[in-house]
Ligand binder design. Structure first.
Ligand code: CTP
Length: 422
């Protein structure tokens, strides 16, 4: 086919395009086309001023996605919060970035959807400025650009050239293909913003906490796997709570559909063995929390997809036991001071948790009832019992975030106590 781009350099990447109000907005239509040609999925957010130059319909037709422009849209807030919109993107591209938009972003203002997304994201933003030459060279704009760069923002352009207003100089928005090249370079590097420096006055400041979360996928062949219903909500909430308490957090996450928690280094893995290797590489730590629902067994995965042969009997698989990550960490020479396991039980919750505490060599077990009807697996609430060698503390049913905060508070107390006892 003539003119077709053969390389899918942005295959599967999600770009959130913020369109500001400037005459260069018409070039952003071409930018969308170029990004899509390279395999990217593009969602567009327009500022109110942008709509004066290009219609939302033009972008909808090019992206096959709804164009968002209203922060307070009730249905959107329910369907997909603005934070999620910016979190699920691999990169935010702001084109054209007007002087006003740069100023608002640099200040952290969030008075419309575009600026709210820029403030809520944990990914880098790539700005393609477009404005009058004097506005670009104005000390205020240059200060804003410096601030944004310092905060991790990237820039494409502006180019020198004849401008719509008749003047000549820097301020013209880069051509769509130049912006695409900057997008490709950003994606190739790492679009996550650098982790914020942990607070120094929190109960876990100065501590390193490793958390495992989510299920694991154990491959049967290249397309099939064994897994479980874990959502990762509890483990991710614990990682977020530990980071909020000042800890440096390494979260080793199995495949989940929820966003990475802010302020944590997140290592994405699939299988139990990958999780084990990532945990070992992350040691030493002060605390290990095994919240993942690690698959107990795996099969020796077939290199090719197993075919269904006419008349042949169903395949059978020999299961091989996976390494027990929690027990290994608890017995490791690099054992963290506190090792916390989870017990998901369907009956005799406390006795089973006590037995697990001893068998796996932990300091604490967070036990919960995951029997049918409890709604714990995949749900937002949890009824937890904290089982230690000293006794059991049972908490009422509460949101998983609250369980996480309580657990983190208990861990901070125990760490302080055990150090004081030395
Ligand atoms: N766990 C682990 N590695 C494994 C299996 C489990 O780290 N291979 C951890 C989980 O993260 C959790 C705890 O061990 O913190 C409890 O896991 P569970 O699967 O309930 O333990 P089992 O020994 O399989 O107990 P049971 O057979 O009673 O379910």
């Amino acid at each position: 086919m003539v003119g077709q781009v053969m390389t899918q350099s942005l295959e599967g990447k999600r770009i959130l395009l913020v369109v500001g109000g400037g005459i260069a907005a018409y070039k952003s239509l071409d930018l969308v086309r170029r990004l899509r040609e390279r395999g990217a999925r593009v969602r567009v957010v327009m500022t109110a001023a942008a709509r004066e130059f290009v219609t939302p319909l033009a972008f909808t037709s090019l992206t096959n996605e709804k164009v968002s422009d209203d922060l307070f849209s009730a249905t959107d807030e329910q369907e997909m919060g603005h934070i999620q919109l910016s979190r699920e993107a691999d990169l935010i591209v702001v084109a054209p970035a007007t002087a006003h938009l740069l100023a608002r972003a640099a200040q952290g203002l969030c008075d419309d959807l575009a600026t709210t997304l820029l403030l809520a994201t944990d990914k880098r933003a790539l700005f393609a400025p477009a404005m009058n030459v004097r506005m670009w060279l104005a000390p205020a704009t240059q200060r804003n650009v410096a601030t944004l760069r310092q905060d991790g923002a990237l820039f494409a352009g502006p180019d020198d050239g004849e401008m719509a207003c008749g003047e000549y100089g820097p301020g013209r928005m880069s051509e769509p293909l130049e912006i695409v090249a900057a997008v490709e370079a950003a994606i190739k590097a790492d679009t996550r913003l650098p982790l914020p420096v942990p607070r120094t006055d929190g109960p876990l400041s100065g501590r390193h906490v490793i958390v495992t979360s989510g299920p694991t996928h154990e491959a049967i062949d290249p397309v099939r796997y064994i897994s479980n219903r874990s959502s990762g909500k509890q483990g991710h909430a614990i990682a977020a709570a530990a980071a909020a308490a000042g800890a440096r957090v390494t979260l080793v996450s199995g495949p989940v559909t929820i966003a990475d928690p802010r302020g944590c280094e997140v290592i994405h893995i699939e299988s139990a063995r990958e999780m084990f290797a990532a945990v070992e590489a992350a040691l030493p730590a002060d605390v290990f929390i095994g919240a993942a629902a690690v698959a107990d067994w795996r099969v020796e995965a077939a290199a090719q997809k197993i075919k269904k042969e006419q008349g042949a009997s169903a395949p059978s698989f020999a299961l091989v036991e996976n390494p027990d990550i929690l027990a290994s960490v608890a017995r490791s020479p690099k054992r963290p001071r506190l090792v916390v396991g989870f017990a998901a039980e369907t009956r005799d919750v406390i006795p089973h948790a006590r037995e697990k505490l001893l068998r796996k060599g932990c300091d604490l077990i967070v036990a919960n009832d995951v029997s049918e009807g409890s709604g714990v697996f995949g749900g937002d609430a949890n009824e937890a019992h904290l089982v230690s060698h000293a006794g059991v503390e049972s908490w009422p049913r509460m949101r998983k975030e609250s369980v996480a905060e309580r657990l983190v508070a208990r861990l901070a107390e125990r760490l302080a106590k055990s150090e004081a006892a030395e």
